[in-house]
Design a protein around this ligand. Structure first.
Ligand code: SF4
Ligand SMILES: [Zn+2]
Length: 315
């Protein structure tokens, strides 16, 4: 099937998109994060509303947070200003501008807005934006130079399982990932990587092993931080793949095993994304304690024994 046909099929299966106001961010949150040198920092993430990503990854649900058409000039700066004006002092160490797309796609972040965003990010020691590896290049380096703080670019590597990687419809080639990682490193820009657990087309029994292998791949390419993301259903395509036996929704046990298996890696912070993780654990008796354990490991980076549960047998 051609890429265009795959895009069209994935889009056809999507449920209706909520109305999104391009002048109001979806939300913001402050979290404690660990860095590879052991430092703890506070990070303010702003979830921005803007144009949809031109890629159409099969597992993606970020399009829900996007508008139809390009981001209006000035809209992103207005969103960031509103959040910063409502934030207390002192400001956190890091500002994450997550626009549910690619920061270096001019349709998503108009070129004229980048200087304004760089100025708004002035008080922060570090800034994180997200991008597909295919849109990392000279404009990334220019944005890094315009910042007072240090730039970090977050990219989705997802999985290095060869068959799954090809079928995610992400158009991500590993040599391109490697080149982008090198470019960032050579220019003093940090790399944050997203890796999936429960990626479609990876057999469920191999899912954790492939997640750990993919995290290791990112670590060897210089990633500072790797976040393990459980694949969430609900976009139509995941339900189609599930009905074909090509997707098994991940479990909390797999997320736990993947994180535990990645604590061996040094020089990089590996975390498990626990947002909405309740959906992956059916057991009322242990769900909360297990999610809290993941959150503690995320911040401390120290192994902890698993939560044992007499009700579901988790151990
Ligand atoms: S590149 Fe990222 S934002 Fe774009 S479709 Fe893929 S997962 Fe979604
Ligand atoms: Zn239980």
């Amino acid at each position: 099937m051609s890429v265009a046909a795959a895009d069209a099929r994935i889009r056809r299966l999507r449920p209706p998109k909520p109305r999104v106001d391009p002048y109001t961010a979806h939300g913001a949150l402050v979290e404690d994060e660990r860095r590879p040198d052991g430092r703890r920092e506070t990070a303010l993430t702003i979830f921005l509303a803007g144009a949809e990503c031109p890629f159409t990854c099969s597992f993606c649900d970020l399009w829900r947070y996007t508008i139809d058409g390009p981001t209006p000039p000035g809209a992103l700066a207005a969103q960031v200003e509103k959040v910063l004006n409502a934030s207390g002092t002192p400001l956190p160490d890091r500002l994450k501008l997550y626009n549910a797309s690619n920061f270096f796609d001019r349709r998503a972040v108009p070129l004229a807005d980048r200087d304004r965003l760089a100025a708004l990010a002035g008080p922060f020691a570090a800034v994180t934006v997200e991008s597909h590896v295919n849109t990392i290049g000279t404009e990334t380096l220019a944005f890094a130079r315009s910042l007072r703080g240090r730039l970090e670019v977050a990219v989705g590597l997802e999985t290095i399982h060869p068959e799954a990687s090809r079928r995610l419809n992400k158009r991500l080639e590993l040599p391109r990932f490697d080149a982008a990682a090198r470019l960032l490193a050579e220019n003093g820009i940090d790399l944050r990587v997203f890796v999936l657990v429960g990626a479609p087309h990876v057999p469920a029994a191999e899912s954790v092993a492939w997640t750990i292998r993919t995290v290791e791949y990112a670590v060897t390419r210089g990633a500072s931080v790797v976040a393990i993301i459980p694949v969430r259903g609900g976009n139509g395509e995941m339900e189609r793949l599930k009905s074909l036996g090509e997707f098994s929704p991940p479990t909390l046990a797999q997320l736990e095993a993947a994180l535990d298996g990645c604590l061996q890696f040094t020089g990089c912070v590996v975390t498990a994304d626990s947002w909405d993780a309740e959906q992956f654990a059916p057991c009322d008796a242990c769900r909360l304690a297990r999610i809290e354990r993941l959150q503690r490991i995320n911040v401390r980076g120290r192994a902890e024994s698993r939560v044992a549960c007499a009700v579901c047998g988790a151990a």
